[in-house]
Design a protein around this ligand. Structure first.
Ligand SMILES: Nc1ncnc2c1ncn2[C@@H]1O[C@H](COP(=O)(O)OP(=O)(O)OP(=O)(O)O)[C@@H](O)[C@H]1O
Ligand SMILES: [Mg+2]
Length: 514
């Protein structure tokens, strides 16, 4: 099944040959190779920490490898700079986006390409072209807003628009769908196919293996910093990929139905000026409830209300039967409500401190002095082991961890708080398939211990194995509820897009270009 890389027969759009890179004691890459043909969609997969992002950083010139050679079109050598990479038609859509945060979307797209000689006229034409690309991508946000005010999904689109504007011949996409909702994902895959039809080679990293197989022509698997295999996507199932990723057997999680106890959290008629309308919600002890919808449908708004970050304008909430009116995250914590936020870097992690500090933020161990330090490290170690965080050291900083491992630390912090109600906003984001199972196990365990869980996700395949029921939101309202057995993609999309389960009355099309 292996598709051997033709060494001499064709020039690659992009290639890496036996590339190695260390960070201190960690070998992030240990002889990784990649050969990308012009115009192909090339999937790059591997477990958390396998070295995918490191390889992308080296290929885009933003990090230097210790050894190994690179090729980009007609260029070949050992040291690629970001400037050379860009001049040779390479664009990167990073896991951590590289946009100018205070500039608006259009300015970001034409940044560095502004022509000064013909001034106004040229720049008007450039703006026009940028707006045309936004329309084609179905960008609905205000292109005059500074990009740091846009949602992660819209920021993602700005980065893609920039690649199209610059007529890239190679586009590197590191988990481009991780912040997108149900319909936005489908649209992004279409965009990737379109880029490839236009002759752009796309390197596509994702933990959603079905997605990779649906879009890629070939797939390269990395394991522990090495290339395991490059294979044609058409011949593979997700399980084939998993076997290569983990190099051993892998057990899929089966659904086990929990038994729901007393009501832990109740919302009646919750509203927040236009963003949330008349939300009723009831979570019982031991229950795991899923919440899905399109980006901007109000899921994160609801999480923020529960976290004490946003005030409500109407309605009432109770936790264990007592009124719940959190004004700050501290209030929420004292009531036993913990929210694992979607944007872990911004809202959850202390990036440059040992991860014990992050894990202990919500609930420090109660001992004093030296004993406290030691017991905090022990408690952190236990959680890191339980979630298989790598590196499994309380002294490691989130900054030095791969994206998926950062997410696990954020979840460890929530578990340490021993919550009565836990809300997880996109807990599977950026997490590999094995780690996902470990996180879902941990979520089930806390539910079994009597915690009520609300799990927000755009990925149905993550929700289906764990949730007891699924709520769907649209435009700030809960439009439907499905029992575990009733969940299917079509029904969910209908509720998310039209708010109704019948095909009649469709009033919004997620693929519509404004
Ligand atoms: N700046 C850094 N300092 C120290 N170690 C690092 C740094 N960046 C990455 N590493 C380590 O290099 C290894 C590879 O990380 P990388 O981010 O490339 O993984 P990845 O395949 O992208 O994982 P994920 O799927 O979780 O995003 C990991 O062990 C990580 O901890
Ligand atoms: Mg990564």
């Amino acid at each position: 099944m292996t598709d051997p890389t033709p060494v001499f027969s064709e020039p690659p759009a992009l290639a890496a040959d036996a590339v190695s890179k260390r960070y201190g004691a960690t070998a992030a890459l240990a002889g990784a190779s990649l050969f990308v043909r012009p115009g192909e969609v090339h999937g790059l997969v591997g477990a958390n920490g396998a070295g995918k992002s490191t390889l992308i950083k080296i290929l885009s010139g933003s990090e230097q490898q210790d050894s190994g050679r690179l090729r980009l079109g007609a260029w070949s050598g050992a040291a690629l700079t970001p400037r050379t990479a860009q001049a040779r038609g390479l664009e990167t859509i990073y896991q951590d986006l590289s946009l100018a945060p205070s500039l608006d979307a259009v300015a970001n797209v034409i940044l560095g390409q502004e022509h000064s000689r013909l001034g106004m006229l040229r720049s008007r034409r450039q703006r026009h072209e940028a707006l045309g690309i936004f329309a084609r991508l179905g960008f609905r946000a205000d292109p005059k807003e500074p990009v740091n005010r846009l949602s992660p999904a819209d920021q993602q689109l700005v980065a893609i628009a920039r690649a199209i504007y610059r007529r890239a011949s190679v586009a590197l996409m590191d988990e481009p769908t991780s912040s997108l909702g149900v319909a936005e994902r489908a649209r992004l895959l279409d965009i990737v196919r379109e880029l490839s039809r236009d002759g752009v080679a796309v390197v596509y990293i994702s933990h959603d293996l079905e997605e990779v197989l649906a879009v890629a022509d070939r797939v390269t698997v990395l394991r522990d910093g090495r290339t395991v295999d490059t294979v044609a996507a058409g011949q593979l199932t997700p399980d084939d990929l998993v076997l290569r990723m983990v190099g051993g057997a892998f057990e899929r999680l089966r659904r086990t139905s929990g038994t729901a106890g007393d009501v832990a959290l109740e919302l009646r008629g919750i509203g927040r000026h236009g963003r949330l309308t008349d939300v009723d919600l009831r979570l019982c002890r031991g229950e795991i409830v899923g919440l899905t919808g399109l980006v901007g449908s109000g899921r994160t708004q609801l999480a923020n209300v529960l976290a004490g970050l946003h005030p409500t304008t109407t309605g009432e909430m109770t936790v264990d039967g007592t009124p719940y009116r959190p004004r700050t995250p501290g209030d929420a914590l004292r009531a036993g409500v913990v929210v694992v936020p979607e944007d872990r870097k911004r809202d959850s992690l202390l990036m440059d401190l040992p991860c014990t500090h992050t894990v202990m933020l919500a609930r420090p161990e109660s001992r004093l002095g030296i004993l406290r330090g030691r017991s905090e490290r022990t408690a952190t170690q236990r959680l890191l082991d339980r979630l298989h965080v790598k590196p499994a050291s309380p002294a490691a900083t989130p900054r030095a961890m791969s994206g998926g491992n950062q997410q696990k630390v954020s979840i460890a912090k929530a578990l340490q708080a021993r919550p009565r109600v836990v809300v997880l906003d996109e807990p599977g984001q950026g997490v590999d398939i094995g780690a996902k199972q470990q996180i879902l196990h941990a979520i089930r365990e806390i539910a079994r211990n009597g915690c009520a869980v609300l799990m927000i996700s755009s990925e149905l395949q993550d929700l289906v194995p764990v949730v007891d029921r699924l709520l769907v939101m649209r435009r700030g309202r809960i439009t439907g509820e499905l029992a575990a057995a009733e969940i299917d993609e079509h029904r969910v999309l209908e509720l998310a897009v039209t708010g109704a389960q019948s095909p009649a009355g469709r009033d919004e099309d997620p693929t519509h270009v404004q």
